[in-house]
Design a protein around this ligand. Structure first.
Ligand code: BDR
Ligand code: CA
Length: 314
């Protein structure tokens, strides 16, 4: 038996963030979730930290430490995405008030202390929101960078280009300076860009399978997906909603579901027009050093089968 991978999820829930956290909590054989750190992103920090607690409680894990990290990007004003996720960030079902407490420690300190305390090369960071907390941690404590096992993040795009601007994906656009620090850090990076997440589309059949679980988790996830779906079906004319963030956790559980290329990826931080673009050398047209495994495709049948199977455990 392999030992489960120790991870920290850095998140801005977000319906798809919620599914990612639930998938991690449902997969103790592969994933040892050390803590959840909230960041400002889809909605402001007071909501993302509250939502993180709601999600852990929904999974029966009120013992999971949840931290609040940064409430604004490193250099810019916060941009949010209520137009996608609704006012609460988790619009769809009726949300319970969480009863578990937020940890007193700042989320960035938790990231730094955990990486220093655990053996080097044994903790994976999973950012599924803007990269602010990770960028601040790497800037403040550069000694932790070489201790990171891997950064498996959702963000960016090459073929799909942008979803918040014509050129940029939301997570990278919100804090391009933080993303730049992470991509230049030298830590091993795996990226789930829109190129792959737009292939992980929910279907009516999947939503009905999840409803049919007839559990609290099943009903919440179905209702979150129903809400979240309307944005992408209207915008892209796609069949369902892309489950962006759960791709990171599914990759950690079963990397064989995904394929990509180890390439150079750099972040645009100066141009107003293309701010936050992930300039990905997919075709190898430069001699810039590869720094990231950039995922391009997913076995969607296997991905959704894994999700249903795992959510059924909660
Ligand atoms: C990313 O932005 C957020 O809206 C989602 O939660 C996901 O992390 C997709 O661009
Ligand atoms: Ca997110």
């Amino acid at each position: 038996m392999t030992t489960p991978r120790k991870i920290i999820i850095d998140t801005d829930p977000g319906q798809d963030d919620a599914v990612a956290i639930l998938l991690a909590l449902a997969s103790p054989e592969e994933i040892d979730l050390l803590g959840v750190v909230a960041v400002a992103g889809n909605v402001p920090l007071p909501l993302t930290e509250k939502n993180s607690r709601i999600i852990c409680e929904l999974a029966g894990r009120s013992d999971m430490p949840v931290f609040a990290g940064c409430d604004a990007p490193m250099k810019r004003k916060l941009v949010t995405a209520e137009h996608v996720h609704g006012k609460t960030g988790l619009d769809g079902p009726q949300l319970p008030e969480p009863t578990m407490q937020l940890q007193a420690q700042h989320g960035v300190d938790f990231i730094i202390e955990t990486l220093r305390a655990e053996p080097a090369g044994t903790v994976t960071l999973v950012p599924i929101g803007p990269l602010t907390n990770i960028g601040v941690a790497f800037r403040r404590a550069p000694d932790i960078i070489e201790r990171v096992q891997e950064v498996v993040l959702m963000g960016g795009a090459y073929f799909e280009v942008g979803n918040i601007t014509p050129a940029a994906e939301f997570n990278i656009y919100v804090d391009p300076e933080a993303a730049d620090i992470v991509f230049k850090s030298g830590a091993p990076i795996t990226v789930m860009p829109l190129d792959v997440t737009h292939k992980a589309l929910t279907s009516a059949k999947w939503i009905s399978d999840v409803k049919a679980l007839d559990t609290n988790v099943g009903h919440m996830v179905a209702s979150w997906t129903d809400f979240f779906e309307r944005f992408d079906t209207e915008k892209y004319g796609s069949q369902g909603a892309p489950l962006h963030d759960p791709c990171t956790i599914a990759y950690l559980i079963d990397p064989g579901l995904f394929q990509g290329r180890f390439i150079n990826v750099e972040i645009e931080t100066t141009s107003e027009l293309t701010l936050g673009m992930t300039v990905a050398d997919w075709w190898g047209v430069t001699d810039r050093e590869p720094n990231a495994m950039f995922i391009g495709s997913v076995n969607d049948t296997g991905f959704f089968r894994l999700l249903t199977e795992r959510l059924a455990r909660l």
